[in-house]
Design a protein around this ligand. Structure first.
Ligand code: PMV
Length: 398
């Protein structure tokens, strides 16, 4: 365990789905990338016989006496192969995580207790003081729960010396990152039941990933892509939207399946274009444009793919007037947007090509804020979970 004076800070990013939401459920390729909005965990030892958790963004603090947690410590088969949570210890942890504040709060407390009692199970539970802050809005499709699970798993694994950083570059080794990812995935199942695993994987490894039928592969390289992220603040439920799409697909397979095929093709094409942008080579893209002569042409293709996918998502029934308004407003400034995640509200993103000046971005942002939306400008494909080099406040300035 870390010395009592030592403070350990870990941060992990959220994600956006660039292409492939919904169609991924039907075995098509999806493309996701890390974003600059992150969750930060600050952990130190405490010697007062208790463990305290403070979740700044949810405005919740809880303290548990160590003796009340001792009968919830599971017997596990080592740290390196996290097994699915066991029913008996989860029953106790669920009772200890009731907050009467709401489901998000209860799940956040449960995830903490799960990771803490499991990762620290090898010896007597250490008393800890843990603070968590996040730039990520919850339930908006930006992977806030995965960033929470990933940063907590990494902090606890580091504090218990189950992972160690490479002295030459200060980063965790691949096998340690894989271990963080496995624990984060187990924790995510407590929140989402049966998640695909893409959110925790992006949060752990950063960069951009493609995902198809359980197989996750890293993009060979990721160009610097600037985006404006917009939260319409319209609440939506991923599971309700996924089952509404399923109803449509079951009722009219000949109509909806071609839409899903197109979405899969868009994700594949977009991956090729992004790899070409990163490597500086021009691919033979299969869209109806003649020859590609420059980076600007590649951005044009990316923008076309974004527009087409947005229309397809609306045809699938997961649009929302606020998302249409977001696309209209950015289009007025010559920028292209689509929803990201489940749709029906939530977030969208707008690609900002390299030549677009700060004044244009500010004008777009101001128009979007006037619609009642919240915006962040961020790069895509940044680092995954890490110990930041410099001391950071728990929540970044917007
Ligand atoms: O908005 P999110 O992050 O919950 O994304 C959901 C993505 C879907 O494809 C709609 C569902 C899924 O499980 O992949």
């Amino acid at each position: 365990m870390a010395e009592s004076s030592e403070v350990l800070v870990v941060s992990a990013p959220g994600k956006i789905i660039l292409h492939g939401e919904h169609s991924v459920v039907y075995g098509k390729t999806a493309l996701a990338a890390s974003i600059g909005l992150r969750t930060r965990v600050r952990l130190r030892s405490s010697s007062n016989g208790a463990t305290r958790l403070h979740l700044a963004s949810l405005d919740i603090s809880r303290e548990w006496r160590l003796e009340s947690l001792s009968h919830a410590i599971p017997i596990i088969d080592g740290i390196r192969n996290p097994a699915p949570p066991q029913a008996d210890s989860m029953l106790i942890l669920r009772q200890l995580s009731q907050s009467d504040k709401g489901d998000i709060e209860d799940s956040a407390l449960l995830v903490f207790l799960f990771l803490y009692t499991h990762i620290c199970s090898a010896s007597a539970l250490p008393g800890l003081d843990v603070e968590v802050g996040s730039d990520l809005p919850p339930s908006a499709g930006l992977g806030s729960s995965a960033a929470y699970c990933t940063s907590l798993a990494a902090a606890l694994l580091a504090a218990t010396h189950n992972i160690s950083r490479n002295p030459s570059n200060g980063r965790w080794q691949q096998e340690d990152l894989e271990l963080i990812d496995k624990w984060a995935f187990r924790a995510e199942t407590l929140i989402h039941g049966n998640p695909s695993g893409i959110d925790n994987t992006v949060s752990t490894f950063g960069g951009a990933l493609s995902y198809q039928s359980g197989h996750i592969s890293e993009l060979k390289s990721m160009p610097t892509l600037r985006v404006l992220l917009t939260n319409t603040n319209v609440p939506r439920s991923t599971s309700t939207l996924v089952s509404a799409v399923k109803d449509n697909v079951n009722k009219f397979p000949d109509i909806y399946k071609p839409i899903l095929d197109s979405m899969g093709a868009i994700a594949v094409e977009s991956k090729r274009v992004m790899e070409a942008l990163a490597s500086g080579t021009l691919p033979e893209v299969s869209v109806a444009c003649n020859t590609l002569e420059s980076k600007d042409d590649l951005f044009c293709v990316l923008e076309t793919l974004i527009d087409v996918n947005q229309q397809l998502l609306m045809a699938l029934g997961v649009g929302h007037p606020c998302l249409e308004q977001l696309c209209r407003v950015t289009r007025k400034h010559g920028l292209h947007s689509k929803l990201t995640g489940a749709g029906g509200g939530g977030c969208g993103f707008t690609v900002v090509p390299p030549g677009v000046g700060a004044n244009v971005v500010e004008a777009v942002r101001a128009d979007l804020v006037r619609c009642g939306f919240v915006c962040w400008e961020t790069d895509l494909g940044g680092p995954g979970v890490c110990i930041p080099r410099t001391e950071q406040s728990l929540v970044q300035e917007k």
